[in-house]
Design a protein around this ligand. Sequence first.
Ligand code: PRX
Length: 659
Amino acid sequence: MDREPVPKKPRVGEEESNGLHSPVTLCHTAPSNELWYQESLKAPEAFWDQLAKERLEWIKPYDKVMDVDMNSGDIKWFINGVLNVTVNCLDRHARDNPDRVAVLWEKDEPKQHEPVTYKQLLDMTCQVANVLKSQGIRKGDRVVLYLPMIPLAIAIILACARIGAIHSIVFAGFSAEALSSRINDATAETVITADEGVRGGKTIPLKETVDTALKESPCVKRVLVATRTGAAVPMAAGRDHKLEELMKEESTECPPEPMDSEDPLFMLYTSGSTGKPKGILHTQAGYILYTGLTQQYVFDCRPGDVFACVADIGWITGHSYVIYGPLSNGVTTVLFESTPVYPDPGRYWEMTERLKVTQIYTSPTALRMLLKSTNEYVTKYDRSSLRILGCVGEPLNDKAWQWYYTVVGEGRCTVVDTWWQTETGGIMITPRPSANDSTPKPGYPMNPFFGIEPVLVDDKGEVITGNDVTGNLCIRKPWPSMARTIYGNHEKFLETYYRPYPGYYFTGDGAYRDKDGHYKITGRVDDVINVKGHRLGTAELESAMNRDGRVAETAVIGCPHDVYGQAILAFVILKDGVTDDEDSIITGLKAMVKTGVGSFAVPHKFLIVPGLPKTRSGKIMRRILRKIANNLYEELGDVSTLANPPVVNDIMQKWLKEA
Ligand code: PRX
């Protein structure tokens, strides 16, 4: 072979004082990283082959690295390989370093944390896995999880993976209706929840919400209930069981189910621009390889590090960077149950001092919220353990970047603004501190990760070459943790991601490539709204509100908000003859969204208008609504082609009066 070999990675030296070290080879040398990137594009099969062999423990080796067709969306990695991700996340670390801390549970109650070692987490996982088996749950069964941020939740997730059941975590802020529709879409027979959750000093009635959801989900045969607060919750005889009581009966040993590389690992629902949420499906080997690799290199993770991704396990960030990535690397992961402002805006930094956090990974919304308070909430705590400051979910604006870099990081930590998606499984575009990359630019996720080749494509599908250009962000080469399908709807998968620009994965985002070749995300090019880093589909919110009998039609758009990134603005048309006052209508609509989706999705502003701008074929022109909400009245463009041009002026008048 005439290609250069992938540079050999030096082993890092001694274990650090707290006894933690990673069994995977860690590398921080600058030159090899750039060579690695070049190599990853030049010879992807050899690149991923070496990493999969070195980093993962296989039950049976694979025959072939990949078989991916970016035209047809047929995706397979590490073909015929057999492994179990929990062996990679737990057994191999428990074997070598049983007392190493796997999870540091930062409880909601201020200043309280509890460590869980790799051995303890393995035992707990096996016990839950045995419970699942005793309950008749088998490989390939879907298990819906509606859980608080407790260590047992991680054991439950890994227990599903241990026996080959497909977990589908539903963020515990979703309403009963949203939960029920996800249970039904997956035809899940099992739901695992807890009595209550605790967040920011308030309790969240998880079991109660599950009970309501199950009225509409007859497919569910059993509910396992973990304990967080010990509150007395109703238990349906024959259906509901206390998880800890069942665990007591079970052994702490459970052989890992041999899983094919391409067997499903989990599904996670995310919003698209139309219709109901899609169950994005991820598989075994590629996902665990890529999340571990990115966790190590993006965050420059070293032996002894305490990695704090403060996302909820109900979102993809929690899946990949609270659980699978850090645990596969054998480092300590923080499980953060609280909020950034409880009991006060110093919570992250007090925790950083107490737990000696080395990397923190949060959202731009949290940073924008925190920078409103005095800097003393940050500076009074010792942050000298921090090396990397990460964020994800939405653009990190200049003000928040500067605050993170200067106030939190004292100008000595690297800020990594990472761009990725539920569908990509792991981080795709990011500054790479371990690569000694060029100085990060505020607002720029910067560079593709190893193996990732972003391309900008114009609306006709032509690749835009050169720099200082803007286009639709697509990915040319396959990567191991790419989504494989939408559960039960492969057609929709192809239509959404592979047909818009044949030969490429289409992200749904727009991006700018600057004169130096660095990437900045310009936002969604579809109707998805991103509020506080959470993706919300307009269709879901609208259909929740349209159920109010007084409403004829609604249209939801995102408009700029200085803390949330985007705020949700709802335009509402009432049915003829409705004379209720606007306040009562708005109260009703808020309740509809709360019930239909969840409190976190309630629009921030409502505008009751006489009509909506529509094309002659009846399609709402959201582009015009967005221009009005951004006060860009001069840029409305030609409105004469609308079916109802005068309505634009009516909406504008109403907006000017109320905005
Ligand atoms: O629009 C992009 C935005 O979040 C979307 C993905 O949302 P979700 O699947 O919920 O995953 C969020 C966490 C991985 C993207 O399509 N997004 C994510 N990261 C960034 C971002 N927008 C700008 N800058 C980012 N760093």
